[in-house]
Ligand binder design. Sequence first.
Ligand code: HEM
Length: 164
Amino acid sequence: MIAWLKFLHITTLLVWCGGLLLLPLLLARADNPVRAGEAARMRIFAHFGYNFCVSPAAVLATIAGGSLIFARWVFEPWMFAKLALIGGLVVLHTYVGHCVARLGEEGYVRPAVPPALLLSAGLAIMTAILLVVLAKPHLDAALMPDWLQQPLNRQLLLPPAPSR
Ligand code: HEM
C-alpha cells in the first residue's frame, strides 16, 4: 500500500513539477512567436497543459502525499518544513495559472513577475523540497514558537445557531 502511494506521489509530482518548470518557459516564448499560428497553439497548449495535466497532477500528488503522512505517521519537524516549502510551490502554481488564464483571455500580457524569475523560484523550491525529503534533517522542535508546540485549550469559535 505504502509503495503504491509513493509510486502515485512520485509520478504525479513529476508531472506537477515538470509542468511548473515548462509553463514559465512557454510564457517567456509566448510574446515572440516565430511562425504564423504559433501564438494560438501556445495559448491552447498552456491552457490544456495547466488545466488538464498540471493541476490534476498537483491534486493527486497532494492526496497521495497527505495519505503518506498518515500511512507512515511522519509528524516530524522536517515534514513541517517540507509542507511550508510546498506552500511556496502552491503560490507559484496559482500565479502561473493566473498568467496562463490572462494569456488565453487577453492574448499576450507580460507577467508582472518575469518568467525567468518564476522558473528560478520553482527550481529553488523543488530543490529545497528534495533536499529536505531525502536528507530528512533532524530539526529541533524548539525552533517552532511555543504556541505551535502545545495545545492552548481554547474554545473553538462556533458560528451562532440559526434563528428559527
Ligand atoms: C503536495 C504535498 C506533499 C505532501 C503532503 C508530501 C508528503 C510526503 C510524504 C508523507 C512522504 C513519505 C515520507 C517518508 O516515507 O518518510 C513523501 C515522500 C516523498 N516526497 Fe512528498 N509530499 C508532497 C509534495 C512533494 C513535492 C512537491 C516533492 C518534490 C518536489 C516531493 C518529493 C517527495 C519524494 C522524492 C519522496 C520520497 C522520499 C523517500 O522515499 O525517502 N513531495 N512525501
